[in-house]
Design a protein around this ligand. Structure first.
Ligand code: DGJ
Length: 569
């Protein structure tokens, strides 16, 4: 009997260790940060559902297999407070269970988005009993006293109602988190004040007139040297005081209002994050609508988890793992760069769904070690096979990425065509594939598709080039210098090609090449990385396919992983 008991106990302990091992975790720090799932490297190759799809069993059943077939490994799906708690205190988890079971059936993971007190600033997902009880659940107000459909985040009853439902939800999904189905949680959705940069309700006014809480002032003291530069400037511009009321420390304009409001939102979300932490250990994050197009706080959703407010969010919500941008505006590289600051892990829960998403994914994963990406309204994307190709290539590349956090990412368009760098004496120049005029679309006025690639230096003279739409050349530093001299000889002061009276070009033989070691291509293989990190050759690329040894390239229509070896001559 004792033996059976011991065996049972051992089995339980083993099961628990398997369960715990299935969880999603952020590993490492700084630029080397990455996700693991069940101890294995994991990149979220995701897509977010349109807002209402997950409320329909039929649509979930129809859509999830398509997402799997599209190459996604994760679906970002809302959990709707209004459907979950139709009467106060009575919970119905049918919608959440449907998402979890359909995800399991289709081998997908889930990031749940808590559509609680706020969704895109508004409180539209609050249950009807909440919406209609304005007295108990006060709304935020503008300076002129206008009530908005935005629950006031400083109201204890708003928080308690939201937190109670959120806790019931998180408790409910805890098992799915342990078996690795649920991999992350987003708390609320695109929080932010509209019309007004802060809440002018009486409760909020009272707080605004009081001293800045010690939680923030001590954060400022401790992190003075690493504050976001915009926030550091705002604080310094108002005297860099260590304490005082909000307007004493930060001024009395809309930017100061935004600082106050961001801290209030962060305190609220921080407490929700603490609630979640009692039941799950997966990463927790918040997302933001961007402060784009020259808009001012209140014209854009003010006080959300925006890059320039990261310190307020960190001070108020230390249990959050990171803040994330939703990118719908042009200037993708600029937006992601804003969020890859202050040691913030980069995850893009929403991005404008388009033909360039695959290239953008390669770029952010290569350049910023992004934890993952997720185009919005992914279920309307069935025809975008480019994204499928990108995702299946990234899935194959994941083990190599995990062991090479120090890598490069490039993103090219018709405007940004070239990127070059040098390491251990080798100049690497990556360009848009259409800088080669060979494809008719390069020159016939067609829109150039975005090209995106990851370049990994495996060892001296050994690289991985993976992605789409790039051509890469390798030269030695010495060779690059000699070539530059040749070019100089050929150009006049005005930068025009120099030719003598008879039309003969400048004499390149004036450049001394003796002793200049050059770099050549030893081999290029299209490969498929294996679980153990080895590279299985799919195809040798030579002759026309590497321009007789002059370059390495991947066309704009596909995604490939190339293993490149160089030599010196
Ligand atoms: C951003 C929001 O977070 C999404 O839920 C959705 O409303 C999109 N905007 C629509 O473009």
């Amino acid at each position: 009997m004792k033996v059976i008991k011991e065996i049972t106990l051992a089995a339980v302990l083993f099961a628990l260790s398997v369960v715990a091992a299935a969880q999603c975790k952020i590993e490492g720090s700084g630029a080397a940060r990455s996700l693991t799932l069940g101890g294995r490297p994991f990149i979220i190759l995701g897509g977010e559902l349109g807002n209402s799809t997950a409320s329909s069993d039929e649509e979930v059943e129809a859509v999830f297999p398509k997402l799997k077939a599209m190459g996604l490994n994760t679906v970002l799906a809302p959990a709707y407070w209004d459907l979950m708690e139709p009467e106060e205190g009575r919970f119905d988890f049918h919608q959440v269970d449907k998402v979890i079971s359909s995800a399991r059936d289709n081998g997908l993971h889930v990031v749940f988005l808590w559509f609680g007190a706020w969704k895109n600033s508004m409180s539209c997902y609050a249950p009807e009993w909440f919406k209609t009880d304005v007295k108990r659940f006060p709304r935020a107000r503008t300076r002129s006293g206008k009530t908005m459909e935005i629950a006031s985040c400083v109201s204890p009853s708003v928080f308690n109602a939201d937190a109670k439902a959120f806790e019931a939800f998180v408790e409910h999904i805890a098992d799915a988190e342990k078996d690795g189905t649920v991999v992350m949680l987003q708390i609320e959705n695109e929080i932010g004040m509209l019309e007004s940069a802060r809440d002018y309700s009486p409760e909020s006014e009272k707080l605004f007139r009081s001293a800045v809480p010690a939680g923030l002032t001590s954060y400022l003291r401790k992190n003075k040297k690493s504050l976001h530069p915009d926030f550091a400037k705002l604080w310094a511009d108002h005297g860099g005081k260590q304490s005082g009321t909000w307007d004493e420390m930060f001024g009395s304009d809309i930017f100061a209002d935004e600082v106050f409001q961001a801290y209030q939102y962060a305190l609220y979300v921080g407490r929700l994050a603490d609630v979640a932490r009692r039941h799950v250990s997966c990463p927790l994050y918040v997302n933001a609508a961007m402060n784009s197009r020259g808009r001012r706080p209140g014209q854009y959703p003010a006080a959300g988890p925006l890059a320039h407010l990261i310190d307020l969010w960190r001070a108020g919500a230390p249990s959050l793992d990171f803040i994330s941008p939703d990118i719908y505006d042009s200037g993708f590289e600029g937006w992601v760069a804003k969020y890859a600051v202050c040691d913030n892990a980069l995850f893009i829960p929403e991005m404008h769904r388009n033909e360039d998403n695959g290239a953008q994914a390669f770029y952010v994963i290569g350049r910023h070690n992004a934890l993952g990406v997720s185009p919005f309204a992914i279920e309307y994307n069935a025809a975008n096979c480019k994204l499928s190709k990108a995702y299946s290539t990234l899935a194959k590349l994941t083990p190599i990425l995990a062991s090479h956090p120090d890598r490069r990412g490039v993103l090219f368009t018709d405007k940004e065509q070239v990127s070059a760098w040098s390491e251990d004496g080798v100049n690497v120049e990556a360009r848009h594939f259409f800088t080669l005029p060979w494809d008719q679309r390069a020159t016939d006025g067609s829109k150039w598709p975005a090209a995106g690639a990851i370049v990994i230096r495996l060892a001296k003279n050994e690289y991985i080039v993976a992605g789409s739409g790039v051509v890469v050349t390798f030269t030695s530093d010495a060779e690059a210098e000699a070539k530059a001299k040749e070019t100089q000889l050929m150009l006049g002061e005005d930068g025009f090609v120099l030719a003598d009276q008879s039309g003969k070009a400048a004499d390149k033989s004036k450049v001394d090449w003796s002793g200049v070691r050059r770099v050549g291509i030893l081999s290029v293989d299209m490969v498929e990385p294996q679980e153990d990190g080895t590279l299985a050759r799919v195809k040798r690329l030579n002759g026309d396919e590497n321009h007789q040894g002059r370059h390495v390239r991947i066309g704009v229509d596909g995604f490939e992983i190339l293993h490149v070896k160089l030599y010196e001559y």
